[in-house]
Design a protein around this ligand. Structure first.
Ligand code: UD1
Ligand code: CA
Length: 454
C-alpha cells in the first residue's frame, strides 16, 4: 500500500492572538507542525504534502530540511478545499492519510493502527469519545451502528450535540475515491466552507464501507486553537516524557510535574533528578547521576556518578565521570571536563578543557583555556581571554597551583607544577615548578591615624 500523507496547516489561528503562524508555535521547544511531520515520516510515506496558507514562507523555512511537497491554499475555503489543493500531486493508487498541523500529540502507533485496518475500497476515520465533545464534528451512526455522516458543531442541533464520539480530523481514504468525492463537495453549511467531513455521506451513498479506529489517548487528537490548549498539551507532553524517564530508564524524579524536557533525555541506572530541572536538546546522563533543583541543561553528555548541585546552567558540554558541579555554576559551549573535576559556585567556564582531577571551586572565569591534570585554581581567578578584538588562549600545565585573585592575561602559559602567588597579574609565560608572583610589596605607614569626623 502506497501512503500519501497530507498535513493541513493553512488555517489562520486567529485565536492564538499572535504574529507567528499557529503551527509554528512551540510545544516542548519544537514547532507544532514538526511534531506532526515527525509522526508522519515515521510511517515512511510514499509522499508527504503540506497545505500552507498564512505565514507560508516562515512555515516552509522551518521545515526546509524535510522532503515535503508544498501546496499553497491562497484562500481558506475549508478542509475539503484544502485537501483538494494537494490532490494534483497525489497518485491514484495510493491511500491518503489526512493529518492536521495543529494536532501535535498524535502518535505513529495510533496512525499505524489506523493504517493496518485499511483497504483500497474503504474509508477510515480516527475517532475518540470525549466527555466534553464541544467544538468537534460528531460521528453520527445509524441504528445498526454504522457511520452515516459527520455533523460539525456549528451545524448540529441539540440531539447531535449530545453525541460524544468525535471526528479527530484524521482520515484514511483511497485516493481515487477521494478525488471523486472532493469534486462534488459544496459549501452549503453554517460556515460556508467546503467540509472534508462531507465525504462520509458521499461514501455512504456509494456503499463504500466506512470503519473507525480509536486513538489510544484523547490527547492524541486534541487540536490547538488558543494558548490555553497549547499549555494543556505542553503539560500533557511533559507528563508523558517524565513517565517515560521513570518507567523506561528507572530515573527518580522528585516531582514528575516539575521537570521539562524540550528534546530527548537518555539516562543510565539510578539517576535522580530534583525539582524544576529543564532539559533542552540532546542529553545523555550516565549511571547514578544526580541533578539538583533549578538546573538548566542543554545538549550535554554527563558521565557516571556526576553530581550537579542546584542552580547550574550547562550548555553544549561534555562532563566526565564523578565530577561535582555547582551550586550556581555556568558551563558554556565547548567545555569538556575530564573525570573527577570539581567546579564550584560562581564559576563560569567557556570553550575550555579541564583535565582529570582539577578543581575550580569558587568565583572564576575560565575562557579559551586548556587546564592540565590536578590543577588547583584559586578563588577569583580570571583568564583575560579577550583584548577587545581577538580571543586568546591560556594554557595551564599539570599540577599547577593558581593563587586566589589571579589574572592570567592571554595568550599565556603557566608551566606544569608552577605556583602563582595570590593576587598576581600574569602577562608572561611562567616556568615549570617555580613560584611566580607579581604583587606590589606590602608597606606600612607607622604612626598613621584615621581621619577624625569634623
Ligand atoms: C475540523 C473538522 C471537525 C473535527 C476537527 C478536529 C471539518 C469540516 N471539521 O474542524 O469535524 O472534529 O477538525 O480537530 O473538517 N485548514 C486548512 N485550510 C482550510 C481550513 C482548515 O488548511 O481552508 C486546516 C487548519 O489549519 C487545521 C485543520 O485544517 O489544521 C482543521 O481546520 P479547522 O478550521 O481547525 O477545523 P475545525 O473547525 O476544528
Ligand atoms: Ca481545529
Amino acid at each position: 500500500m502506497k501512503l500519501s500523507i497530507i498535513i493541513l496547516a493553512a488555517g489562520l489561528g486567529k485565536r492564538m492572538r499572535s504574529e507567528l503562524p499557529k503551527v509554528l508555535h512551540p510545544l516542548a521547544n519544537k514547532p507544532l507542525i514538526r511534531h506532526v511531520v515527525d509522526g508522519a515520516l515515521a510511517l515512511k510515506p510514499h509522499s508527504l504534502h503540506v497545505v500552507y496558507g498564512h505565514g507560508g514562507d516562515q512555515v516552509r523555512a522551518t521545515l526546509s530540511e524535510f522532503p515535503i511537497h508544498w501546496v499553497h491554499q491562497a484562500e481558506q475555503l475549508g478542509t475539503g478545499h484544502a485537501v483538494a489543493q494537494a490532490m494534483p500531486d497525489i497518485i491514484d493508487d495510493s491511500m491518503v492519510l489526512v493529518l492536521c498541523g495543529d494536532v501535535p500529540l498524535i502518535t505513529a502507533a495510533t496512525l499505524e493502527n489506523l493504517c493496518s485496518q485499511a483497504d483500497n475500497n474503504s474509508l477510515g476515520i480516527l475517532t475518540v469519545e470525549l466527555d466534553n465533545p464541544q467544538g468537534y464534528g460528531r460521528i453520527v451512526r445509524n441504528a445498526a451502528g454504522e457511520v452515516e455522516r459527520i455533523i460539525e458543531e456549528k451545524d448540529a442541533d441539540a440531539a447531535i450535540k449530545q453525541i460524544k464520539e468525535i471526528n479527530s480530523g484524521i482520515f484514511l481514504i483511497p485516493a481515487a475515491h477521494l478525488r471523486r468525492w472532493l469534486g462534488s463537495l459544496n459549501n452549503d453549511n453554517a460556515q460556508g466552507e467546503y467540509y472534508l467531513t462531507d465525504i462520509v455521506s458521499l461514501a455512504v451513498a456509494e456503499n463504500i464501507p466506512i470503519f473507525t479506529s480509536a486513538a489510544h489517548d484523547v490527547y492524541e487528537v486534541m487540536g490547538i486553537n488558543n494558548r490555553v490548549q497549547l499549555a494543556t498539551l505542553e503539560r500533557q507532553y511533559q507528563k508523558q516524557q517524565a513517565y517515560e524517564l521513570m518507567l523506561d530508564y528507572g530515573v527518580t524524579l522528585h516531582d514528575p510535574s516539575r521537570i521539562d524536557i524540550r528534546g530527548s533525555v537518555e539516562a543510565g541506572h539510578d539517576v535522580a533528578i530534583d525539582v524544576n530541572v529543564v532539559f533542552e536538546g540532546e542529553i545523555k546522563l550516565g549511571n547514578k547521576v544526580k541533578i539538583g533543583p533549578n538546573c538548566i541543561i542543554r545538549n550535554a553528555t554527563i558521565g557516571d556518578g556526576v553530581e550537579v548541585l542546584s542552580n547550574c546552567v550547562i550548555e553544549n558540554v561534555v562532563i566526565g565521570d564523578n565530577c561535582k558541579i555547582g551550586p550556581l555554576a555556568r558551563l558554556r559551549p565547548d567545555t569538556v571536563l575530564a573525570d573527577n573535576v570539581h567546579i564550584g559556585n560562581f564559576v563560569e567556564i567557556k570553550k575550555s578543557t579541564v583535565a582529570k582531577g582539577s578543581k575550580i571551586n569558587h568565583l572564576s572565569y575560565i575562557g579559551d583555556t586548556e587546564i592540565g591534570t590536578e590543577v588547583n585554581i584559586g578563588a577569583g581567578t580570571i583568564t583575560c581571554n579577550y583584548d577587545g578584538t581577538n580571543k586568546h588562549k591560556t594554557i595551564i600545565g599539570d599540577k599547577a597551583f593558581i593563587g586566589s585573585d589571579t589574572q592570567l592575561i592571554a595568550p599565556v602559559t603557566v608551566g606544569a607544577g608552577a605556583t602563582i602567588g595570590a593576587g598576581s597579574t600574569i602577562s608572561r609565560d611562567t616556568p615549570d615548578d617555580t613560584l611566580t608572583l607579581s604583587r606590589t610589596p606590602q608597606s606600612t605607614v607607622p604612626g598613621w591615624q584615621r581621619p577624625i569626623k569634623k
